[in-house]
Design a protein around this ligand. Structure first.
Ligand code: FAD
Ligand code: FO1
Length: 449
């Protein structure tokens, strides 16, 4: 059933005749998409056509051809699957603030559904559209299992304060998905044919960051990756996930970031495996609690990508150590080229540059060293976000801004013993990594990429 808690009204408006439009952005999939399901239910109840549009912007937060290539291939699969269900897919080009209102009036849309995204850029898009369009507008959280605004009405201190709220709501929200129907009402206008290769070729984006070939984009590939993870890796996830010398992670983040796979689908499939093991618990803690904690942080903290977003204790301690001498200082260029004195850090940087996906454990170490080797925390934030979002396939995501704020600014963490530069921010050292994992194997693995 379509839980009312997943949908919220951004603007009332009088009901009138005309098609229902789902403006797809974060959740770029046909199956298991609550925004699409709500839009279809509304259209069916009014015996109206259902339209879907995606507004392709030229440079979304400095994304490169690596991310756009992955996204466009996924979108072409979405377009084909929607067409099969008599749901026209329109690819718009340009700034949504102008393109969505134009499209809405051209198609005489009666109501607009959007998917939830806590990022600043998306909220600005929506505010502009709400101002420009005098229609009922609804937002559906199709990304989280427990909708962000249901899980908590405020910024949480950490996983330990959000976890009980999530677990209390899971029985109600971790429910199976209804199937999307073939839409019973055909649209009056046909969308123009989309030449996806031409769209890809003509994109004006940074092409210096190559696309990756170790992961196939799209909903079908995402479901195959999920099946592989469940059968081959889930059982050892708690032992292997943090070890950079082992390949213990699911590699689902690019699919989750672009919404080509629903986290709720992943959680349902993990539960279906049965056995309720420690490994499953560890995985669901990351997939559900940690991931929803990121949306909570970006939704309720406007400064999620700045030092101002850090907790007071962290800002104070970093200020108190601002003048501490830095043993090493590296420019953005040297860091980007992975040319520091630390072979472990260089390997992590190169893994991200070459593969578009740095190992999860190394991301913490990687970001913390940027704090240690740059002049100020503000500069560290800027460089970490710049590199993360330029090279990571899963970049430009609430998980990223939150992960970097955790590493550099103690967000969702607690104060630790004091030390130069870090103050009470948790410290990580190469020696610490080496004492836990075979870091030579990690460095070698990256060198062979
Ligand atoms: P798995 O270990 O298989 O986890 C499965 C899923 O659980 C992930 O896809 C993700 O949705 C969620 N998850 C796992 N770890 C975390 C976490 N620490 N926080 C939130 N959710 C988590 N994640 C991104 O999606 N995009 C980013 O740009 C990003 N940048 C990061 C930067 C730093 C400095 C840090 C410390 C973490 C960052 N993360 C980011 C979070 C995490 O490292 C990645 O989500 C994870 O490594 C993705 O690989 P996976 O899907 O194989 O993970
Ligand atoms: N969302 C859009 O609505 N239009 C875009 O053109 C677009 C490009 C894009 C490129 C890279 C990337 O990582 C994300 C992109 N997104 C785009 C947003 C994405 O769908 C996610 O909603 C957010 O990045 C995560 O919150």
């Amino acid at each position: 059933m379509l839980h009312a808690g997943r949908i919220r009204c951004l603007q009332e408006g009088d009901a009138r005749d005309g098609p229902i439009l789902y403006w797809m952005s974060r959740d770029q999939r046909v199956r298991d998409n609550w925004a699409l399901l709500h839009a279809q239910r509304l259209a069916v109840s009014r015996k109206e056509p259902l339209l879907v549009c995606f507004c392709l912007v030229p440079s979304f937060l400095e994304a490169t051809i690596r991310q756009y290539g992955f996204m466009l291939r996924g979108l072409s699969e979405v377009a084909a699957a929607l067409t099969e269900r008599q749901i026209p897919f329109h690819l718009l080009r340009g700034d949504p603030k102008t393109e969505i209102p134009k499209f809405v009036s051209r198609q005489k849309v009666a109501a607009l559904i959007t998917d939830f995204d806590p990022l600043r850029i998306k909220r600005a898009w929506k505010e502009a559209v709400v101002d420009a369009v005098k229609l009922p507008i609804y937002e559906v959280d199709a990304h989280n299992i427990v909708p962000c605004w249901v899980a908590s009405p405020k910024q949480e201190y950490g996983a330990y304060t959000l976890r009980p709220k999530i677990h209390r709501a899971l029985p109600e929200y971790l429910e199976p998905f209804p199937r999307l129907r073939k839409h019973p009402v055909t649209a009056k206008t046909k969308p123009e044919r989309i030449d996806w290769e031409k769209v890809h070729r003509s994109l004006k984006v940074d092409r210096s960051v190559g696309e990756v070939d170790w992961i196939r984009p799209g909903e079908k590939a995402a479901r195959a990756a999920l099946r592989r993870f469940l059968s081959k890796k889930l059982a050892r996830y708690d032992q292997d996930r943090n070890d950079p010398s082992r390949d213990g992670q699911s590699h689902l983040s690019p699919y989750l970031h672009f919404g080509q796979l629903s986290a709720q689908r992943v959680a349902l499939e993990v539960e279906a495996v049965g056995g309720d093991t420690r490994a499953q618990e560890a995985f669901l803690e990351e997939l559900v609690v940690r991931r929803e904690l990121s949306d909570n942080f970006c939704f309720y903290n406007r400064a999620y990508d700045r030092v101002a977003g850090f907790p007071d204790w962290a800002r104070k301690t970093l200020d108190a150590h601002r003048a501490d001498p830095r043993e090493y200082l590296y420019s953005k260029a040297l860091l980007e080229q992975g040319r520091t004195h630390d072979p472990i850090w260089n390997a992590a940087q190169m893994e991200m540059v070459r593969r578009g996906k740095m190992h999860g454990y190394m991301r913490m170490y990687w970001a913390k060293k940027i704090l240690e080797w740059t002049k100020t925390p503000a500069q560290a934030m800027k460089i970490a976000i710049y590199l993360n979002d330029k090279y990571e396939l899963d970049g430009r995501d609430p998980n990223g801004y939150t992960g970097i704020a955790w590493s550099v600014g103690g967000v969702h963490d607690r104060a630790w013993g004091g030390r130069p530069v870090f103050g009470k921010i948790r410290y990580m050292s190469a020696r610490g990594c080496r004492s836990k994992f075979d870091m030579d194997a990690y460095v070698e693995r990256v060198a062979s990429l």
